[in-house]
Design a binder for this molecule. Structure first.
Ligand SMILES: NC(=O)c1ccc[n+]([C@@H]2O[C@H](COP(=O)([O-])OP(=O)(O)OC[C@H]3O[C@@H](n4cnc5c(N)ncnc54)[C@H](O)[C@@H]3O)[C@@H](O)[C@H]2O)c1
Length: 301
């Protein structure tokens, strides 16, 4: 597919874009900064400027397309990751402005240009736990896509707003628009750099429901979204099958979630951030469980 990807130069995008290229897609990156990825052109553009977004979607994706002399092709899909990725980078109102206006601009341009598939980055923070003041318990576990989204902070508010924007554009156009409630993204080097500390101090993972998503497995989820048509508007939790600490799931529940209802039977290391919907509806099958990358995690408990 010919894909416009926003935010491809960031922490998640710089792994997801090469994954999509490896699957045979033609990707154009729209970002404020460059991405070093063979075959991918980066258009430096600002998603908060609607004119730049429309223009980017109606340009050549590279000199080779111009050379062919067949005019500008339409994009088959838009993957929208560009954002301010958390609170405490900009003032709260600026985070909300960039994320909501940017997402409105990207989805509006995509669907009005007739693009029938849009995938956008939402967030685990929509559930309200990650950036809560003090400790806030989920209403039940494992947390799934039916759990209420009532956050307190401007970043997660922007993501909840974006889900509403996406849903409304889907209702108007009938395009497939899928939101990914992405958990904490891990790059390949993070297994050596961060996980030993997660094993030593597991409580630090509480605000992420102890979960994570490998950036390359996130690429697979995006690719599965591109391949799966006809679902209308959907949101999917994006996480790996197991949690990110070296405790069993019953140990985590006993330590942190006393009184929180637990639905169904859980495996020994099964994530509390359910990815069942992505596995069942998209066919996601994780390829990068963290234990593959640490020699003897039990010995480090
Ligand atoms: N990293 C995580 O753990 C995580 C978790 C949940 C959701 N997300 C979401 O996933 C997406 C990617 O996150 P990330 O960690 O790669 O973030 P990142 O900040 O590393 O990357 C975001 C990219 O967007 C670009 N960008 C920002 N503002 C822009 C603008 N106005 N116009 C054009 N480009 C702009 C940045 O230059 C950057 O390359 C974001 O939407 C984020 O909210 C990330």
């Amino acid at each position: 597919m010919r894909i416009l990807f926003t935010g491809g130069s960031g922490k998640a995008g710089r792994h997801v874009v090469p994954y999509l290229v490896s699957k045979g897609h033609r990707v154009t990156n729209l970002d404020l900064v460059d991405l070093d990825c063979p075959g991918v052109t980066t258009l430096k553009a600002d998603i908060t400027d609607s004119g730049q977004v429309w223009n980017a979607l109606t340009m050549y994706a590279g000199f080779d397309e111009m050379q062919a002399g067949q005019g500008v092709q339409g994009y088959d899909a838009v993957v929208h990751f560009a954002a301010v990725p958390r609170i405490l980078i900009h003032p709260d109102n600026e985070t909300f402005r960039v994320n909501t206006i940017g997402t409105y601009n990207v989805i509006e341009a995509a669907v009005k240009l007739g693009i029938r598939k849009v995938i956008f980055a939402s967030s685990e923070t929509t559930y309200g736990v990650c950036f809560a003041s003090g400790t806030r318990q989920p209403e039940y576990l494992p947390i799934d896509e039916d759990h209420p989204t009532l956050p307190e902070d401007s970043y997660a508010m922007s993501k909840v707003c974006n889900e509403g924007t996406a849903r409304s554009f889907q209702a108007r156009t009938g395009a497939d628009i899928y939101g990914l409630r992405i958990n904490n993204v891990m790059e390949p080097q993070d297994y050596a750099e961060k996980f030993p500390d997660f094993i030593e101090n597991p409580d630090q993972r509480l605000r992420n429901f102890f979960a994570y998503i490998d950036a390359r497995d996130l690429g697979q989820i995006v690719d599965r979204c591109l391949a799966t048509d006809g679902l209308g508007y959907q949101v999917f939790n994006a996480s790996n099958d197991d949690h990110s600490v070296n405790l069993t799931t019953p140990e985590i529940l006993a330590r942190h979630y006393e009184g929180v209802p637990v639905r169904g039977d859980l495996g020994e290391h099964e994530t509390l951030y359910s990815n069942r919907k992505a596995r069942e509806m998209l066919g996601f099958a994780q390829e990068h469980p963290w234990r593959r990358y640490l020699d003897d995690p039990r010995g480090k408990k």
